[in-house]
Ligand binder design. Sequence first.
Ligand SMILES: [Fe+2]
Ligand SMILES: [Fe+2]
Length: 259
Amino acid sequence: MTTHILQLSDFHLLKNHADELRGVPTADCLTDLLTLVRANYSAADLFVLSGDIAAYGDVEAYHQTRELLADLLPRCVMIPGNHDETDLMRQAFPETIAGSPGPVTFSCDVAGWRMIGLDSHVAGAVHGELCGDQLQWLADEFSQHRDQATLLFMHHPPISVESTWLDRIMLRNANDLTKVLHAAPQVRGIFCGHVHQEFSGSFGAIPVHTTPATAIQFAPHTEELQFDNVPPGFRVIELDGDKFHTHIVRLPELKYPAT
Ligand SMILES: [Fe+2]
Ligand SMILES: [Fe+2]
């Protein structure tokens, strides 16, 4: 039986369910996507929420997430994005986020694979960074699970997505991550959010995939922010032995274009 992992990213939820961001009711967008998820992927093994759950770090955004994902929460793991408030995330999801204080990370086994989520959030900044303690934790994870094929999740991509304005706000210390990855040939892929678009590249020999937002989409290959008129979506990852296949699923139409 195929193992499915779903990556949902960049909800950008606001204080109230009906509130809009650039003319887009972000909670309604997430609700529509979750209807699609429940219709076609209700048996997914893991749901990875890869940051920017809140648009402005409001605690209400986390409470809405709890309500909207209620039945799926036991199979959810999450990491923060630059728009999140990690302390409020911790308080809102005590059963999901382990350890305190420190980075909001996760590691778990799925069908014999190791899934690891990293916290690239930097307080008060838009770009991402992985602190030294976390890189040491990651190195320890890799050495303790050397024989397991592994996927990494983090909000900020460690590579260019070929858009000038986004490339300025990526993971700043990708070189430090490279050093840790040298000792981890078991890592099969890196999955990120933050850029609100589908993009595939590689970090050294490791494939990197970014995922559309569940709400507002950014156009690819731009000098500055431009919205894209494609529907919101999420990523499906299928584990197949020690390989994976991945693709994007989008809503059938764009109901709420950003303005
Ligand atoms: Fe975002
Ligand atoms: Fe972000």
